[in-house]
Design a binder for this molecule. Structure first.
Ligand SMILES: Nc1ncnc2c1ncn2[C@@H]1O[C@H](COP(=O)(O)OP(=O)(O)OP(=O)(O)O)[C@@H](O)[C@H]1O
Length: 242
């Protein structure tokens, strides 16, 4: 079966800096994949390449078998950046309307209202971005990312700024999406949330994949044993680079 998202020997350089350095991995439909890595490991650059926002210098990345930037790829993938792209002077509901128009969605209002309700934004639909807290802005970005029903969701730090109830609701939502067949890929430093949702974990270091698999496989790859949490596994896997 075609992977939801795959990278083959992906390389991206910015001037002298190599952000992605031969990363190879695949993410499957029906799973939540968590991308872990230190600051600057290349997670966002890989997302941006998959979303068609940066072009790789070498190697390949495909979403649902489609080249990034093509119409098929754009219909398949939804990318939520770490810093939500919100426009000053544009209300919550207008942001959602903009997404619906951009994707030429039909009969989208019921889903939009359901997502607003799920992320407890219904009574803020007329608010402007500067009137929203950080967590509420993140919740709006999530509604926008989920609106068009993409089969491949790339979410950069979706738990940042969320209160515990919102984080719980987001974990449940991502679980439902994966159970419904979507591929959910989350980059996060919040290992507490990562451990709770991850079917598959990919650990990046300096733009390369250094480990991958489910938690028990990562425990073995880290040379550990028993009931070890993701934080200990991550710290062990990446210890040599610090
Ligand atoms: N547009 C750009 N111009 C120059 N350098 C860039 C650009 N985008 C990313 N980089 C560099 O590429 C490397 C990888 O950055 P990237 O944002 O992909 O890391 P990350 O794993 O998402 O980090 P973080 O966990 O801090 O979000 C970093 O060294 C970063 O400074």
């Amino acid at each position: 079966m075609t992977p939801a998202w795959e990278c083959e020997a992906a390389v991206k350089r910015f001037a002298e800096r190599t952000a992605v350095d031969g990363a190879t991995f695949r993410c499957e439909y029906g799973q939540i994949t968590v991308l872990l890595g230190h600051n600057g490991a290349g997670k966002s650059t890989l997302f941006r390449a998959a979303a068609g926002l940066v072009r790789l210098d070498a190697g390949a990345t495909l979403v649902g078998g489609h080249a990034p930037g093509t119409t098929r790829a754009q219909q398949t993938v939804s990318y939520m950046p770490e810093q939500p792209d919100l426009y000053p002077g544009v209300s919550v509901w207008e942001h959602i309307t903009f997404v619906a128009l951009a994707y030429r969605l039909r009969a989208w209002e019921p889903r939009a209202r359901e997502l607003l309700e799920r992320f407890e934004l219904t009574d803020r639909r007329d608010a402007l971005p500067h009137e929203l807290s950080q967590g509420l802005r993140r919740r709006l970005a999530l509604v926008m990312a989920l609106l068009h029903g993409a089969r491949v969701l790339l979410l950069d730090e979706p738990f940042n700024g969320l209160d515990p109830h919102s984080a719980m609701r987001l974990r449940a939502t991502l679980g439902d999406l994966a159970a419904g067949g979507a591929a959910v890929v989350v980059a996060t430093h919040i290992l507490h949330d990562a451990q709770r949702i991850a079917d598959h974990v990919i650990v990046l270091e300096r733009g390369r994949v250094i480990a991958g698999g489910d938690l028990s496989s990562l425990v073995r790859q880290a040379g550990l044993a028993g009931r070890t949490g993701l934080e200990d596994v991550y710290l062990a896997l990446t210890a040599e680079s610090r």
